[in-house]
Design a protein around this ligand. Sequence first.
Ligand code: GLP
Length: 258
Amino acid sequence: MEVVILPTAIDVGELAADVVVRHLQSSARPVVGLATGSTPLPLYRELLSRSTNGLPVDAATLFLLDEYVGLPADHPSSYRRFIGEQLTDGLGVAPRSLHGPDGCAPDLPAEAARYEAAIAAAGGIDVQILGLGSDGHIGFNEPGSSLASRTRIKTLTEQTRRDNARFFADGEVPLHVITQGIGTILDARHLLLLVTGAHKAGAAARALEEPVTTMVPGSAVQLHPHVTVLMDEPAATQLTLADYHRATWSAKPPWQRL
Ligand code: GLP
């Protein structure tokens, strides 16, 4: 696991864009896992600004991490619509290349299995972008989620519903979601975890520096052989190893890429 601490969230977005663009360029059929929430927005803005010079997205397949149960794709707060507005519409991604779990499917367990099969049929995910919930969740895998879990229905904690109320006009966040499992996420070949803001400092320290536990689902990234964590300084304030990470990054030979 490589941890890079950068001055600001904008810097995190720019370096994350370098990583994503490298994946887009290094495969004939790249598969990218997208996260929603506020954290990846500087990355998505950066990708949109670079797309004016041409980003190789035509051959890419994109998979969302999760979706709210009961929200149709065109609902203003659905993740499908969010990612369209924040990234994929602007990049010119064809709708058939963007996949997300259908939170309105009549048979949600069957939909979860279909989603797993779709990821596998695409050849698996090359790079999975992740944010970190303030309760330590990744995707919508709340504390207590099995580290072996696959795509399934989950119930949101009260804290996550409060955190996400800002994305809903009436503040009413659905209780249920369909999310890639922790096992699904760990199958991606490269994990790109973005953590920004002082309000994430506690969750970041628990996820990166304490023992792996289902109570902090983000700690599961410690089990993965290729993880890049990009953080801003406010999110790194509770890391015991912050100075070590800064020194490692500043001494990094230019031929060693993330
Ligand atoms: C949401 C999403 C996650 C996201 C996390 C953090 O609930 N399901 O994919 O990473 O919470 O959100 P934010 O980046 O807005 O803090």
